[in-house]
Design a protein around this ligand. Structure first.
Ligand SMILES: *[C@@H]1O[C@H](CO)[C@@H](O)[C@H](O)[C@H]1NC(C)=O
Length: 192
């Protein structure tokens, strides 16, 4: 192939790649604009950009799925810490309560995702009212976990709190994405 043609073809392909990824970035930035922890939202949801595009339903589902993965990861971490049996007294009780709270939170997140996967125009408002209620309950459960360690010191407690705090941020973001879908109305199921 002629070298000039090759060059033109290559620069065209490069431009195409750049514009796809820039569009992708714009989609996730737009979706995350309704969230409170925007940077974390963009970082954790960037990989959904080119599939979710401007579809509020897909963004809400993505938000809840990512929250479930992170909450599961943290629950496993908390269970490992509990098994080490280093925590004493008040912290030990707080840790057991916290694990229960995170598990309740996970139940509510799973119920929410199930409903988000079977939204229908006729029952949309009632379904979204359930989802936002369960998501808020999830967030409250996680905050209850943090309250148990209030005023406690130590590296392990600090580490544990920062992980659970991260889950509250991601849950808050997912709740905002769900609220956005709810306010868009049933038209948001297939993209608005
Ligand atoms: C917070 O959650 C995100 C998304 O799952 C993860 O990438 C990040 O490492 C977490 N940060 C902390 C401090 O746990």
């Amino acid at each position: 192939m002629n070298i000039i043609v090759t060059f033109i073809l290559l620069s065209w392909l490069t431009n195409l790649g750049t514009s796809v990824s820039q569009n992708g970035k714009r989609y996730v930035e737009d979706a995350c604009s309704v969230t409170h922890y925007r940077d974390l939202c963009i970082r954790s949801l960037a990989s959904f950009s080119n599939t979710a595009k401007r579809n509020p339903c897909m963004w809400a589902r993505a938000g809840v799925s990512v929250t479930i993965s992170e909450a599961k990861r943290v629950a496993q971490y908390l269970i490992r810490v509990k098994k080490q049996r280093h925590m004493r007294g008040k912290n030990r009780v707080a840790l057991s309560d916290c694990i229960e709270c995170i598990q309740d939170s996970l139940d509510n997140l799973h119920r929410s995702l199930d409903v988000l996967r079977k939204l229908s125009g006729r029952t949309f408002d009632a379904q979204m009212s359930d989802v936002t209620t369960w998501m808020s309950t999830s967030l409250t459960d996680e905050e209850t976990c943090l309250d148990g360690f209030e005023g406690q010191r130590g590296n392990q407690v600090r580490m544990l709190r920062s992980q659970v705090q991260n889950v509250t941020y991601i849950t808050s973001n997912a709740l905002a994405l769900a609220a956005k879908l709810a306010s868009t109305g049933a038209g948001g199921i297939n993209g608005a």
